[in-house]
Design a binder for this molecule. Sequence first.
Ligand code: GLY
Length: 377
Amino acid sequence: MTAPVRSSEPAAVHVALGARGYDVIIGRGALAGLGERIAALRPGASAAIVTDSTVASHHLSAAEAALQRAGIRSTHLVVPAGESSKSWGVLEQVCEDLIAARIERGDVVVALGGGVIGDLAGFAAAIVRRGLEVVQVPTTLLAQVDSAFGGKTAINSRQGKNLIGVFHQPSLVVADTALLDTLPARVFRAGYAEVVKYGLINDAGFFAWLEANWREVFARTPAREHAITTSCRAKAAIIVRDERESGERALLNLGHTFAHALEAAAGFSDRLLHGEAVAIGLALAFAFSARLGLLPQGEAERVARHLATVGLPTHPAAVPGGPVGADGLMERMAQDKKVRRGKLTFILARGIGASFVAADIDPAQVRAFLAEKLEAP
Ligand code: GLY
């Protein structure tokens, strides 16, 4: 773990992927430097900002002004806010609009928004004219620590989340932590689940630091930049070792197999935000690990306690909109991208900060665990 960063100093985390390498810039006010950074990276490029209606009302004019100050011609496309925009219909519209706006190779798509916009705009950039560059400007905590970088882009299928997509690394990520000030508390809190995830994967010291300092992270102190920078470093280190998820990168999916099934059960709607589903998934991954005898029950309880302390859900029965059955969840997990020949790959843990990839998990064990959990809230 590093010492807390001062909020006035933007931090740069380099994602060292050789020719596809890029920086994640983290700091309060970093958006103001967006145009200069793009101009330095791609002199003469035009930009198309893809954003959603909510983000546009808060941040579009600041983003456009930052581009204009650097002499960058820009246009913008606004899609409806919400997970439902990760669809074929909205993807088609964004692609057509980019083409109509004459965004060419050598220009950049700027994804200004949360996880939905990053995934949608990143995917559109990957396929229009066989590949445009994308600059990610994440506006949620979840996007700043997770979804805005790493290269995965996707839309949802009727049969599951993120099932249609490609890898397409951004050229730059600018994470302005001041943009998080306008987030509803529920959305900020949901993103915090992904921060906790990094401690649980391989950094027990960071998890302990979060237990002691979460109030400061929520309260706009420099602890927030420290948590984001630590999370980005953790993710970048894994990505550079396994860009295409042939092994270790699957650790980043800790809690996500359960989470995606829960989100599908909630109809990919705002009834259950992705980060809230991840919080339940993290608690379940640790509880399941304890059930398999991999770690003491008290360790799983410590994880659930911290998530609950900050106000996140930790139990599958918390999914609004009616009961979620074990069979329904199992059916949705069968569509998980990590399923191989009928066996589930789960990320399990031998302790906090000691997660590992477990292939060949017998679905019957998972079903029995879920059925028991759902019977005894
Ligand atoms: N874009 C998110 C990831 O690659 O992990």
